[in-house]
Write a new protein. Structure first.
Ligand SMILES: [Zn+2]
Length: 182
């Protein structure tokens, strides 16, 4: 089991101006977080936390692959991930500042605790780096599933044709009705 403790950074204990960060993520990290989008992958995270005046700057580079379901055949596929982010973090005394004064793009950490947990920050960065459309390389999709989908869509389009054409029995009745009205 991956310990999520290693992702907790005690900001108040940082002594250097720049503190390097390094993590190797595998399936146990995704299992420990139990997020909805990604359950499996292998990635390397390198980065740093820079101490500045009044704030911290978190910077991470993430590269590797995650397993996500293919849009076309729904089988799992390896999606390469390559992303780089920086994030401003501020310590604030708990309850002092109104929430409305806070900026959405800054992570605020309660000054009394001073603990920045970057486990979810990394997870969300990975999830955002997965392209909206992700499919297997041509020919790599699950054949059985592709055949099923093709049959399903063929059946659906022939249903649509049938509903547009008039049922022959109705056609006869309509003709009779027209005749009787003449
Ligand atoms: Zn596929």
């Amino acid at each position: 089991m991956c310990s999520l403790e290693q992702f907790k950074v005690d900001l108040k204990a940082l002594t250097e101006d720049i503190t390097p960060l390094e993590y190797n993520l595998d399936d146990s990290y995704f299992t420990a977080l139990d997020g909805a989008e990604i359950q499996s992958g292998s990635l390397h995270v390198s980065g740093s936390i820079r101490k500045a005046v009044g704030f911290f700057e978190l910077q991470v580079n993430i590269s590797g692959t995650v397993q996500v379901p293919c849009d076309r055949c729904l089988d799992m596929m390896a999606q390469p991930i390559e992303t780089e982010l920086s994030q401003v973090v501020k310590l604030i005394p708990y309850g002092v500042e109104e929430d409305s004064n806070r900026q959405d793009d800054i992570i605020y950490v309660d000054e009394n605790e001073g603990i920045l947990d970057i486990a979810w920050f990394i997870y969300e960065s990975i999830a955002l780096a997965v392209p909206i459309q992700h499919v297997h390389q041509p020919g790599d999709c699950n054949d059985a599933m592709m055949r099923m989908l093709e049959e399903h869509s063929a059946a659906r389009s022939s249903d649509a044709d049938a509903s547009e054409a008039i049922d022959p029995r109705w056609e006869k009745l309509l003709k009779l009705k027209v005749k009787s009205e003449e």
